[in-house]
Design a protein around this ligand. Structure first.
Ligand code: AMP
Ligand code: TRP
Length: 323
């Protein structure tokens, strides 16, 4: 088999957090050695929430910096801005015409929005179709994402199969790739870590702010001497992501034995998070000092992404009777 085409995206809606890193960025970076990887900053998608031009531009550049700082290697993977290849919006329309409304009515981001009593925009409703266009435009085989995106990849598969039945084999049907231990990273309050819940731990927080957040993790009120259950603790769940196996073993047995308070465990967790991201912090500072590097990476990525997109669109327009 040829090397797989791998594709994923991240929305530039704010600072990346541990959920983004362990759920998507780290697995995506690992994939860059195993095939042809295409990663992009989903600025069109961000417009459903970020409606301030300067902020969107800033978040987009920041997201590219973050990805590079965390180890994305532009000599291996293509890094680009979604809006640098506007054909994706054309493909989204073509797919929209094949998309049954009930399929979108069943998608969780839309349902959550309704459940919170908010009025969803058409963009939020149609979000999974644009995401399908992202994936199909680049003939992707593998899509590394966190568990919350699995449903969107299923929508993509359904649309690709439907289009292939109607118009002939125009699309590659993708597979999601979800790392089970990283599927859902827990936030400060024990729910899924998410920008929209305000419970995130950022990768690049200032030391003091990071410490304050970690010390604020919600726990039960078990006293220092009481035995505690490591299997239900957010502290242990997060520590497993950033500490070595031996250190995790020590924390788990101290939980069970009692005699150590949550404050002490939180300090240890803070230390491990701080250390884990230390090398990325220094790379990020170096990259940030020279904005032209990031711009050059994105410009080169746009060219490489467009070359693939042009071929797909020529094939799709032909098959669908356009032009
Ligand atoms: P977003 O910030 O919504 O664009 O998410 C970018 C990527 O991070 C997606 O692949 C998500 O599935 C992943 N992700 C976001 N939050 C979490 C979480 N709490 N646990 C695991 N993966 C996550
Ligand atoms: N919807 C994804 C998220 O919120 C971001 C995204 C947009 C994406 N297009 C994509 C992820 C295509 C994978 C493939 O996280």
């Amino acid at each position: 088999m040829n090397a797989p085409r791998i594709l994923s995206g991240i929305k530039p809606t704010g600072r990346p957090h541990l959920g983004n890193y362990f759920g998507m960025m780290q697995p995506a970076i690992a994939w860059q050695d195993r095939g042809q990887a295409f990663y992009f900053i989903a600025d069109y998608h961000a417009l459903t929430t970020v409606q301030d031009a300067a902020a969107l531009r800033q978040h987009t550049r920041d997201a590219a910096l973050d990805f590079l700082a965390c180890g994305l290697d532009p000599s291996k993977a293509v890094l680009f801005r979604q809006s640098d290849v506007p054909e994706v919006t054309e493909l989204a329309w073509l797919l929209t015409c094949l998309t049954p409304m009930p399929m979108l009515e069943n998608c969780h981001a839309y349902k959550d929005h309704l459940a919170r009593g908010k009025v969803p925009s058409h963009g939020l409703f149609a979000y999974p179709v644009l995401m399908a266009a992202d994936i199909l435009l680049y003939d992707s085989n593998v899509v590394p994402v966190g568990k919350d995106q699995k449903q969107h990849v299923e929508v993509t598969r359904d649309l690709a199969e439907k289009a292939n039945r109607i118009f002939g084999p125009i699309f590659t049907v993708p597979q999601p790739s979800i790392v089970p231990e990283m599927a859902t990273v827990i936030g400060l309050d024990g729910q899924k870590m998410s920008k929209s819940y305000g419970n995130t731990i950022g990768l690049f927080e200032e030391e003091k702010a990071l410490k304050k957040k970690v010390m604020g993790i919600v726990t039960d009120s078990a006293p220092v001497e009481a035995p505690k259950n490591p299997e239900v603790s957010s502290i242990v769940a997060l520590y497993r992501l950033v500490a070595g196996e031996a250190d995790v073993g020590v924390m788990e047995s101290e939980f069970r034995a009692g005699g150590v308070g949550y404050g002490e465990f939180k300090k240890r967790l803070f230390g491990a998070i701080w250390e884990t991201f230390a090398p990325f912090r220094s790379t990020r500072a170096e990259l940030a000092a020279d904005p032209s590097t990031v711009e050059a990476v994105l410009a080169d990525g746009a060219g490489r992404a467009r070359a693939v997109a042009d071929q797909t669109m020529a094939r799709v327009r032909q098959a669908m009777g356009l032009r």
